[in-house]
Design a binder for this molecule. Structure first.
Ligand SMILES: [Fe+2]
Ligand SMILES: [Fe+2]
Length: 221
Protein backbone atom coordinates (compact mmCIF):
# COMPACT_ATOMS: atom_id res chain seq x y z
CA UNK A 1 0.00 0.00 0.00
CA UNK A 2 1.50 3.30 -1.04
CA UNK A 3 2.06 6.14 1.40
CA UNK A 4 -0.90 8.53 1.35
CA UNK A 5 0.02 12.07 0.29
CA UNK A 6 -0.28 14.64 3.07
CA UNK A 7 -0.54 18.40 2.94
CA UNK A 8 2.58 20.46 3.69
CA UNK A 9 1.42 20.86 7.29
CA UNK A 10 1.18 17.08 7.64
CA UNK A 11 -2.60 17.36 7.92
CA UNK A 12 -5.38 15.71 5.96
CA UNK A 13 -4.77 13.83 2.71
CA UNK A 14 -4.80 16.17 -0.30
CA UNK A 15 -7.25 14.28 -2.46
CA UNK A 16 -6.78 16.51 -5.50
CA UNK A 17 -3.00 15.98 -5.59
CA UNK A 18 -1.19 14.00 -8.29
CA UNK A 19 0.06 11.63 -5.58
CA UNK A 20 -3.47 10.77 -4.40
CA UNK A 21 -4.52 10.27 -8.02
CA UNK A 22 -1.57 7.95 -8.70
CA UNK A 23 -2.26 5.93 -5.54
CA UNK A 24 -5.91 5.39 -6.51
CA UNK A 25 -4.88 4.48 -10.06
CA UNK A 26 -2.67 1.86 -8.49
CA UNK A 27 -5.57 0.57 -6.36
CA UNK A 28 -7.82 0.42 -9.41
CA UNK A 29 -5.32 -1.59 -11.43
CA UNK A 30 -5.87 -4.32 -8.83
CA UNK A 31 -9.63 -3.83 -8.33
CA UNK A 32 -10.60 -3.99 -12.02
CA UNK A 33 -9.82 -6.33 -14.89
CA UNK A 34 -7.50 -4.83 -17.48
CA UNK A 35 -10.11 -3.64 -20.00
CA UNK A 36 -12.20 -1.99 -17.30
CA UNK A 37 -9.10 -0.34 -15.84
CA UNK A 38 -8.23 1.10 -19.27
CA UNK A 39 -11.82 2.34 -19.52
CA UNK A 40 -11.43 4.16 -16.17
CA UNK A 41 -8.26 5.88 -17.42
CA UNK A 42 -10.07 6.87 -20.62
CA UNK A 43 -12.99 8.31 -18.66
CA UNK A 44 -10.59 10.28 -16.43
CA UNK A 45 -8.84 11.84 -19.45
CA UNK A 46 -12.11 12.55 -21.26
CA UNK A 47 -13.67 14.08 -18.14
CA UNK A 48 -10.60 16.29 -17.67
CA UNK A 49 -10.86 17.48 -21.29
CA UNK A 50 -14.59 18.16 -21.00
CA UNK A 51 -14.00 20.12 -17.78
CA UNK A 52 -11.39 22.28 -19.53
CA UNK A 53 -13.74 22.85 -22.46
CA UNK A 54 -16.82 23.65 -20.36
CA UNK A 55 -15.17 25.55 -17.52
CA UNK A 56 -15.44 22.99 -14.70
CA UNK A 57 -12.78 21.87 -12.19
CA UNK A 58 -10.36 19.67 -14.15
CA UNK A 59 -8.84 17.94 -11.13
CA UNK A 60 -12.20 17.00 -9.70
CA UNK A 61 -13.39 15.77 -13.12
CA UNK A 62 -10.25 13.69 -13.60
CA UNK A 63 -10.56 12.13 -10.15
CA UNK A 64 -14.30 11.40 -10.40
CA UNK A 65 -13.72 9.91 -13.86
CA UNK A 66 -10.94 7.68 -12.58
CA UNK A 67 -12.96 6.43 -9.60
CA UNK A 68 -16.44 6.11 -11.15
CA UNK A 69 -16.25 2.31 -11.67
CA UNK A 70 -14.52 1.60 -8.34
CA UNK A 71 -17.14 -1.10 -7.56
CA UNK A 72 -17.60 -2.46 -11.08
CA UNK A 73 -16.07 -5.86 -10.43
CA UNK A 74 -18.74 -7.08 -7.97
CA UNK A 75 -21.31 -9.59 -9.22
CA UNK A 76 -25.04 -9.20 -8.42
CA UNK A 77 -24.80 -10.80 -5.00
CA UNK A 78 -21.63 -8.88 -4.23
CA UNK A 79 -23.28 -5.55 -5.07
CA UNK A 80 -26.35 -6.38 -2.97
CA UNK A 81 -24.09 -7.29 -0.04
CA UNK A 82 -22.20 -4.05 -0.56
CA UNK A 83 -25.48 -2.02 -0.48
CA UNK A 84 -26.44 -3.66 2.79
CA UNK A 85 -23.04 -3.33 4.38
CA UNK A 86 -22.90 0.36 3.49
CA UNK A 87 -26.45 0.87 4.80
CA UNK A 88 -27.70 2.44 1.54
CA UNK A 89 -31.39 3.09 0.93
CA UNK A 90 -32.06 2.14 -2.69
CA UNK A 91 -34.99 1.41 -5.00
CA UNK A 92 -36.13 -2.15 -4.07
CA UNK A 93 -36.87 -3.01 -7.71
CA UNK A 94 -33.36 -1.99 -8.80
CA UNK A 95 -31.89 -3.89 -5.84
CA UNK A 96 -33.70 -7.09 -6.86
CA UNK A 97 -33.71 -6.89 -10.64
CA UNK A 98 -30.76 -4.77 -11.73
CA UNK A 99 -28.29 -4.55 -8.84
CA UNK A 100 -25.40 -3.81 -11.23
CA UNK A 101 -26.84 -0.32 -11.68
CA UNK A 102 -26.04 0.29 -8.01
CA UNK A 103 -22.28 0.17 -8.55
CA UNK A 104 -22.30 3.99 -8.75
CA UNK A 105 -24.01 4.55 -5.39
CA UNK A 106 -21.95 1.84 -3.65
CA UNK A 107 -18.67 3.21 -5.07
CA UNK A 108 -19.60 6.72 -3.92
CA UNK A 109 -20.46 5.59 -0.39
CA UNK A 110 -17.46 3.30 -0.05
CA UNK A 111 -15.02 5.91 -1.32
CA UNK A 112 -16.49 8.64 0.92
CA UNK A 113 -16.04 6.31 3.88
CA UNK A 114 -12.50 5.32 2.97
CA UNK A 115 -11.37 8.81 1.96
CA UNK A 116 -13.36 11.31 4.04
CA UNK A 117 -11.54 14.21 2.38
CA UNK A 118 -13.13 13.52 -1.02
CA UNK A 119 -15.20 16.55 -2.03
CA UNK A 120 -18.96 16.01 -1.87
CA UNK A 121 -19.37 16.98 -5.54
CA UNK A 122 -16.83 14.36 -6.66
CA UNK A 123 -18.67 11.71 -4.62
CA UNK A 124 -22.01 12.76 -6.11
CA UNK A 125 -20.71 12.59 -9.69
CA UNK A 126 -19.57 9.01 -9.02
CA UNK A 127 -22.93 8.17 -7.45
CA UNK A 128 -24.92 9.53 -10.42
CA UNK A 129 -22.86 8.11 -13.28
CA UNK A 130 -25.02 5.03 -13.88
CA UNK A 131 -28.62 6.28 -13.79
CA UNK A 132 -28.17 10.03 -14.16
CA UNK A 133 -30.50 12.27 -12.15
CA UNK A 134 -32.76 15.30 -12.27
CA UNK A 135 -30.65 18.32 -11.31
CA UNK A 136 -27.26 17.12 -12.54
CA UNK A 137 -24.38 19.50 -11.79
CA UNK A 138 -21.79 20.28 -14.47
CA UNK A 139 -19.43 17.78 -12.84
CA UNK A 140 -22.16 15.09 -12.74
CA UNK A 141 -22.83 15.60 -16.45
CA UNK A 142 -19.14 15.60 -17.35
CA UNK A 143 -18.54 12.21 -15.72
CA UNK A 144 -21.71 10.74 -17.22
CA UNK A 145 -20.77 11.95 -20.72
CA UNK A 146 -17.11 10.91 -20.37
CA UNK A 147 -18.23 7.40 -19.38
CA UNK A 148 -20.08 7.11 -22.70
CA UNK A 149 -17.59 8.92 -24.97
CA UNK A 150 -14.13 7.85 -23.76
CA UNK A 151 -11.81 6.73 -26.59
CA UNK A 152 -12.14 3.00 -25.79
CA UNK A 153 -15.90 3.06 -26.50
CA UNK A 154 -17.17 1.95 -29.86
CA UNK A 155 -20.87 1.75 -30.74
CA UNK A 156 -23.21 2.98 -33.43
CA UNK A 157 -23.99 6.67 -33.25
CA UNK A 158 -21.03 7.47 -31.04
CA UNK A 159 -19.35 9.62 -33.70
CA UNK A 160 -22.46 11.78 -33.92
CA UNK A 161 -22.43 12.52 -30.18
CA UNK A 162 -18.67 13.07 -30.16
CA UNK A 163 -19.10 15.63 -32.95
CA UNK A 164 -21.32 17.70 -30.62
CA UNK A 165 -18.54 18.17 -28.04
CA UNK A 166 -17.73 21.88 -27.78
CA UNK A 167 -20.47 22.80 -30.29
CA UNK A 168 -23.46 22.54 -27.95
CA UNK A 169 -23.95 23.36 -24.26
CA UNK A 170 -22.94 20.80 -21.66
CA UNK A 171 -26.60 20.16 -20.86
CA UNK A 172 -27.45 19.55 -24.52
CA UNK A 173 -24.49 17.18 -24.75
CA UNK A 174 -25.75 15.35 -21.65
CA UNK A 175 -29.25 15.12 -23.11
CA UNK A 176 -27.91 13.74 -26.40
CA UNK A 177 -25.79 11.16 -24.54
CA UNK A 178 -28.57 10.19 -22.16
CA UNK A 179 -31.04 9.82 -25.05
CA UNK A 180 -28.60 7.66 -26.97
CA UNK A 181 -27.97 5.37 -24.01
CA UNK A 182 -31.74 5.10 -23.43
CA UNK A 183 -32.47 4.29 -27.08
CA UNK A 184 -29.67 1.77 -27.19
CA UNK A 185 -31.07 -0.08 -24.16
CA UNK A 186 -34.51 -0.25 -25.75
CA UNK A 187 -33.08 -1.50 -29.04
CA UNK A 188 -31.14 -4.21 -27.21
CA UNK A 189 -34.33 -5.15 -25.28
CA UNK A 190 -32.72 -4.28 -21.96
CA UNK A 191 -34.57 -3.13 -18.88
CA UNK A 192 -34.56 0.56 -18.05
CA UNK A 193 -33.79 2.16 -14.69
CA UNK A 194 -37.17 3.33 -13.29
CA UNK A 195 -35.93 6.93 -12.95
CA UNK A 196 -35.04 7.23 -16.63
CA UNK A 197 -38.38 8.60 -17.87
CA UNK A 198 -38.50 11.27 -15.17
CA UNK A 199 -34.98 12.41 -16.06
CA UNK A 200 -35.68 12.36 -19.79
CA UNK A 201 -38.90 14.40 -19.40
CA UNK A 202 -37.16 16.91 -17.15
CA UNK A 203 -34.27 17.60 -19.52
CA UNK A 204 -36.27 17.53 -22.74
CA UNK A 205 -38.63 20.18 -21.27
CA UNK A 206 -35.66 22.34 -20.28
CA UNK A 207 -34.15 21.94 -23.72
CA UNK A 208 -37.41 23.06 -25.39
CA UNK A 209 -37.71 26.05 -23.05
CA UNK A 210 -34.13 27.08 -23.83
CA UNK A 211 -34.83 26.80 -27.58
CA UNK A 212 -38.00 28.92 -27.19
CA UNK A 213 -36.02 31.56 -25.28
CA UNK A 214 -33.41 31.67 -28.04
CA UNK A 215 -36.12 32.10 -30.68
CA UNK A 216 -37.80 34.90 -28.71
CA UNK A 217 -34.48 36.70 -28.26
CA UNK A 218 -33.78 36.40 -31.99
CA UNK A 219 -37.25 37.76 -32.76
CA UNK A 220 -36.69 40.88 -30.66
CA UNK A 221 -33.08 41.46 -31.68
FE1 LIG B 1 -20.13 2.42 -14.32
FE1 LIG C 1 -17.78 3.29 -16.73
Amino acid sequence: MSEEPRTASGGAVDVLSDAFYAAREDDLSRRLRHGRFEHALGVARTAENLARLYGADERKARLAGLLHDWDKSYDDEGIRARVEELGLVVDPYVFEEMPQLLHGPTAAAALAREFPGLPRDVVQAIERHTAGAVGMTDLDMIVYIADALEPGRDYEGLGEIRSLVGRVSLEELYLATFGHVFLNLVQRRKRIHPQTIEIWNHYIARSRDAADDRRKKKGTA
